[in-house]
Structure formats: C-alpha cells, structure tokens
Design a protein around this ligand. Structure first.
Ligand SMILES: NC(=O)c1ccc[n+]([C@@H]2O[C@H](COP(=O)([O-])OP(=O)(O)OC[C@H]3O[C@@H](n4cnc5c(N)ncnc54)[C@H](OP(=O)(O)O)[C@@H]3O)[C@@H](O)[C@H]2O)c1
Length: 274
C-alpha cells in the first residue's frame, strides 16, 4: 500500500496527493440524496460514494431503488436504499429515520427531486399544476432540510445542496412554472445559508444546464433542437449526469468549506444571469 502511494507521488507529486486527499474527504460521512435512482441524483450519489460517504438512495419505485443499490454496490460504494416520494411527509420522515437508525446520523443532504407536469404557455397553467410543482420542487426540499438539520447539528455541522436549473435564471419556453420553482431554490439557498451557518451547516446550490437524462429527453431527442442548444454552449456537447455529480460532491466536501449561500451554474458555458 505504502509503496504504491510513494510510487504514485513520485510519478506526479501534486495531482496524486490532491486526488488521494479529495477521494478520502467524505469518509465517515452519511449522505442522503433524494430522487437518486437515476440521472443527476444517481450520479451525485455515486460521486459522494466514491469519495467515501455512505449514501442513502431513494425514489418512488422499489424496483428503481433495488437497481440503483446494486449498481452502486457493484462499484464498491457503501449504500442503503429505500422508497421515498418526497411529496409525502411520512416518506420523508421514514427516509431520515432509516438513515439515522442504519448510519447513525446525517451529514449531507442533496435535495434533487423535481417534477414537471406541465408544458405550455404559462397563462394556461392551472392551480393544480402550481400546487404540484411548488410542493415537490420547493416545499419538499425545504421540509427535507428542516428534518435533517437537527441531526446535522448533533454531528456538529453538515452540508445541504439544492438542485436548481439554468431555467431558474432564464425561464425556458413552455416551462414557466417549473422555471419559477427553480428560481425559488436560488432564493431558498440564500435564505437558509446565514441561519444555518450558526449550526456550522453550509447551504449551496447547483444549477445544471441541459443534461442528458430521462427528465430532459424532450429537449435532446431531436437533433435539430440539440444543434440549436449547441449554438448557445461554449463546450459543444450536452451535459452528462456525472458532470453534475462531481460538482455536488465538491460542494459537500471540505474543499468548499468557505462556501455557503452560493449557486454554481454547470452549463457548458451557456450564459445565464438573473
Ligand atoms: N436533466 C436536465 O437537463 C436538468 C437540468 C437542470 C436541472 N435538472 C434537475 O435535476 C434534478 C434531477 O433530474 P434528472 O434530469 O436527473 O431526472 P431523471 O434522470 O429523470 O431522474 C429522476 C429521478 O427522480 C425520481 N423521482 C421522480 N419523482 C420523485 C418524487 N416525487 N420523489 C422522489 N423521487 C422522485 C425518479 O425515480 P422514481 O420514478 O422511482 O421516483 C428518478 O430516480 C431535478 O431537480 C431537475 O429539475 C435537470
């Protein structure tokens, strides 16, 4: 073991040293990632797990949970899985309780779950659409945070990450209510950060651009549309879930110890501002 570390250091002293440190930096931590059986959530769970965290994955369907757990286990990641629809308070409580019972506490929460039940002109959106989008995308993320904070306080601190979107900066056509919910997360990040800093809990946010997942498939299934998007990108490809997973893990690590209340846009260079 020592010999291979020395060999690695001699070959490339700076990068090898940094790599060893950053991979071990989440050892001993427990991370809850919501909606983590596919896409960005699964990639975030994997990135946290690769850095040594025990990850708790969940989503609505047991079959998806089972698949994600075996995938992560096959990569030697410490993982626990359960079903959780973040819109249901009993499910949120079950997720947090199971994490505390099986892992002894919570250090990291990634609020990744979101829905979009509506495509169309914003003026055609109904009260039911707004209730659903705000309940899942904003309210449940806050309520999950409220549930885990006492457990993070028991550990002496923690890290919360919200998953917003570039649509939170520039509302996307036909995705008005969803875009507004993602703007709300930018505000929630800022509102929570000073209050939770008193408990040594950092609160940050990541705003992905267009990432190839099932959720965004309507945006990338036509080549024409992809070409249109590429014109707006500095890096001429759509994002992959792993492009976001690593950034989430960075925000949760001590490498980001002096960051709170921030949103990192991860968009391949698509320009965005509020
Ligand atoms: N893809 C993009 O281009 C993009 C861009 C910006 C932001 N985002 C954001 O990234 C996040 C993840 O999106 P994604 O693209 O990775 O989606 P995805 O690949 O389609 O995965 C969605 C995951 O969410 C779970 N899920 C759905 N509803 C849930 C609920 N109510 N409670 C718990 N789990 C639920 C699904 O599993 P079950 O079906 O088993 O529940 C699945 O594991 C969302 O917040 C989205 O707004 C995505």
């Amino acid at each position: 073991m020592l010999r291979s570390v020395a060999k690695c250091l001699l070959a490339n002293p700076v990068s090898a040293c940094r790599r060893t440190m950053s991979h071990s930096s989440l050892a001993g931590k427990t991370a809850i990632v919501t909606a983590s059986t596919d896409g960005i959530g699964l990639a975030a769970a994997e990135a946290l797990g690769q850095r040594g965290a025990h990850v708790v994955v969940s989503s609505r369907r047991q079959a998806n949970v089972d698949k994600a757990v075996s995938l992560l286990r096959s990569k030697n990641i410490q993982v626990t899985g359960t079903t959780c629809n973040v819109g249901k308070s009993e499910d949120r409580e079950k997720l947090v309780q199971l994490t505390v019972d099986q892992c002894g506490g919570v250090d990291i929460l990634v609020n990744n779950a979101a829905v979009n039940p509506f495509f169309g002109n914003i003026m055609d959106s109904t009260e039911a659409v707004w209730d659903k989008i705000l309940a899942i995308n904003v309210k449940s993320a806050f309520l999950m945070t409220k549930l885990v904070v006492p457990h993070m306080e028991k550990r002496g601190g923690g890290s919360v990450v919200f998953v917003s979107s570039i649509a939170g900066y520039q509302p996307m056509q036909l995705l008005g209510p969803y875009s507004v919910s993602k703007t709300a997360l930018l505000g929630l990040t800022r509102a929570l950060a000073p209050e939770l800093a008193q408990s040594n809990i950092r609160v940050n946010c990541v705003a992905p651009g267009i990432i190839k997942t099932r959720f965004s498939s309507a945006l990338w299934q036509s080549e024409e549309l992809v070409d249109e998007f590429k014109k707006q990108l500095a890096i001429k490809r759509l994002g992959e879930p792993e492009d976001i997973g690593g950034v989430v893990a960075f925000l949760c690590s001590d490498d980001a110890a002096y960051m709170t209340g921030e949103t990192l846009t991860v968009t391949g260079g698509m320009s965005c501002r509020l």
